[in-house]
Design a protein around this ligand. Structure first.
Ligand code: C2E
Ligand code: MG
Ligand code: MG
Ligand code: MG
Length: 278
C-alpha cells in the first residue's frame, strides 16, 4: 500500500513537471512566431507628476496574446524568453518600438518626460546591447533623454560590477535609468549613491496598505528623503487609491504610477485620452 502511494506521488510529480515543460515549449514556439509575425504589442501606463498632475511619462509593458494559450502574463513569458535565449531579440524589439513611439509623439507635439522600458539582465550582459541602442537612436534621430531604462534591483545585483559599467555608458549617453522594484532585493542603502541611476521606483509592496501601516509609511518616508539627498527622482508604483496618493504627496514623492490613475493602455488610447486637443 505504502509502496503504491509512493509510486502515485512520483507519477503525479512527474506529470506536473512534464506539463510545465510542455507549456514552456509552447510559449517558446509561440513567442518565436510572434516575433516574426508582429504578434507582440506594447501598452503604456502613465506616470503622473504628483506636484502638477501632469503626465511625467509612460512605462511600456509587453503584451502577447497567444492563439493557442490565450493571454499569457509577461511575468511568465519573459521568464521563458530568458531561459530559451529569446529575450535579447524581444528586448530589442521593445526598444525599437518605444523609440518610434517617442518620435511620433514628439512630432505631434505631445508633452511628457520619458517612456520607460524594462530590461532583463541578459540584455545588459549581451555585448551588442550598447551598440544596438546607439544604432536605434541614430536611425530614429530621437533625443536619448526621452528613453528610460528600468532594471530591477535584483537583476542589477547579479553581475553587479558588469551591469554598473554598462549602465554608466547609457547614462553618459543621457539615457535615463531607474531602479525598479526597489526595496524587494538584498541591497544596502549605502551603495545607492554609487549607482549610475537617476530614478528610484519604490516597489508596490511598500505602497500596498501604506494608509494603515505606519511602519511602511516610515520606511517609504526614509527612502524618499534619502533618495532626494542623492538627487534621485522617486516614483511610487502600484498606487491604487486616493488615500495612498495623499500620503505619498505628504511624503514628498515625485511621481506616481498605478491603477488609481490609469491601467496600462494602448498608444491610441493614450493619444485620445491625454493628447487630444493639443
Ligand atoms: P514591472 O516592471 O514592475 O511593471 C509593473 C507591473 O505592475 C505591470 O504588470 C503593471 O501592469 C502592474 N501594475 C501597475 N500599476 C498597478 C496597480 O496599481 N496595481 C496592480 N495590481 N498592478 C499594477 P505587467 O504588465 O503584468 O508586467 C509584469 C512584469 O513583467 C513587469 O513588472 C516587468 O518585470 C515584466 N515586463 C513587462 N514588460 C516587459 C518587457 O518589455 N521586458 C522585460 N524584460 N520585462 C517586462
Ligand atoms: Mg518596470
Ligand atoms: Mg516595477
Ligand atoms: Mg514589479
Amino acid at each position: 500500500e505504502s509502496k503504491r502511494s509512493g509510486k502515485n506521488k512520483f507519477t503525479f510529480f512527474d506529470k506536473e513537471l512534464s506539463e510545465n515543460i510542455m507549456r514552456r515549449d509552447k510559449i517558446e514556439k509561440g513567442l518565436r512566431e510572434a516575433l516574426d509575425n508582429d504578434g507582440l504589442h506594447l501598452v503604456y501606463q502613465p506616470k503622473i507628476d504628483i506636484n502638477n498632475n501632469k503626465i511625467a511619462g509612460f512605462e511600456a509593458l509587453l503584451r502577447w496574446h497567444s492563439e493557442e494559450l490565450g493571454f499569457v502574463s509577461p511575468m511568465e513569458f519573459i521568464e521563458v524568453a530568458e531561459e530559451r535565449g529569446l529575450i535579447c531579440k524581444i528586448g530589442k524589439w521593445v526598444i525599437e518600438r518605444v523609440t518610434r513611439q517617442n518620435k511620433e509623439w514628439k512630432k505631434q507635439g505631445f508633452e511628457y518626460g520619458t517612456i520607460s522600458v524594462n530590461v532583463s539582465p541578459k540584455q545588459i550582459q549581451n555585448e551588442d546591447f550598447i551598440q544596438e541602442i546607439e544604432k536605434i537612436m541614430n536611425d530614429c534621430e530621437v533625443c536619448p533623454t526621452l528613453l528610460e531604462v528600468e532594471i530591477t534591483e535584483n537583476s542589477l545585483m547579479k553581475e553587479f560590477d558588469y551591469n554598473v559599467k554598462v549602465l554608466k555608458q547609457l547614462r553618459e549617453k543621457k539615457i535615463n535609468i531607474s531602479l525598479d522594484d526597489f526595496g524587494t532585493g538584498y541591497s544596502s542603502l549605502s551603495y545607492l549613491k554609487e549607482l549610475p541611476i537617476n530614478i528610484l521606483k519604490i516597489d508596490k509592496s511598500f505602497i500596498d496598505d501604506i494608509e494603515n501601516d505606519n511602519n511602511k509609511k516610515s520606511i517609504v518616508d526614509g527612502i524618499i528623503q534619502l533618495a532626494h539627498k542623492i538627487n534621485l527622482e522617486v516614483v511610487a508604483e502600484g498606487v491604487e487609491s486616493e488615500e495612498q496618493l495623499i500620503i505619498l504627496k505628504e511624503l514628498n514623492c515625485d511621481i506616481i504610477q498605478g491603477y488609481f490613475f490609469s491601467k496600462p493602455i494602448s498608444s491610441e488610447e493614450v493619444e485620445s485620452k491625454y493628447f487630444s486637443g493639443i
